[in-house]
Design a protein around this ligand. Sequence first.
Ligand code: PGA
Length: 246
Amino acid sequence: MRLIAANWKMNKTPGETKDYIKKFLPLVSDLRDREILICPPFTSIPASAEFLKGTSIKLGAQNCYFEDSGAYTGEISIPMLLELGCEYVIVGHSERRHIFGEDDELINKKLIACIEKGIRPILCVGERLEDREAGMTEKVVETQLRIALSRLENHTDSIDIAYEPVWAIGTGVPATPEDAQKVHRFIREMLKSINSNFENKTRILYGGSVKPDNAGEFMKKEDIDGLLVGGASLDPESFARIVKSF
Ligand code: PGA
């Protein structure tokens, strides 16, 4: 099933979350053929769980740490997320990589922990503008994938991947659907070579300046199995239009 995910980033208090979900639910209540996921900030996860209860909309977090508990001030573990009802977690978002210094090795540890503990990760990869201009897009994405997925060659659980070119995130300048399709195809081929279980089960989402008026064009592409939406997911009507764009 195709997956449309909202990444709220550091936005929305629990009160704002309640208002959002009240407005959003009636707009998407008739949709059964696609998976909808909301990833609020940690502090709004309990309110989200409460107001999404009994609906088919899934709940996810934007980050996690790989240890279960201990002296890791400011971190949140996977058991903590599972107990609140999170089924998904975004791992290796470009803001985690570039603002908070997460590297591929840390992201690999987080992915392994997700698989072992039973939460479905959405691994984010994507090149910076200078990489693209230097013709390095595939090389960068390949390195990110190979390190992030190392020691997972034999596992059979499902993961999802989001291709998010860094230069397209929050800039209003998305990749063209054609360029995104090319990288998605490349990612699918890479996955096949890393672990054949990934090939069919892994959804590859596009993210980076997705809006209601361009979402449908991305979803027409053969290897684009869903979307990861930041800014345009913050308004319930805008996100509902994206969810219904195909
Ligand atoms: P954007 O963010 O839709 O605001 O570009 C996407 C993301 O960072 O996941």
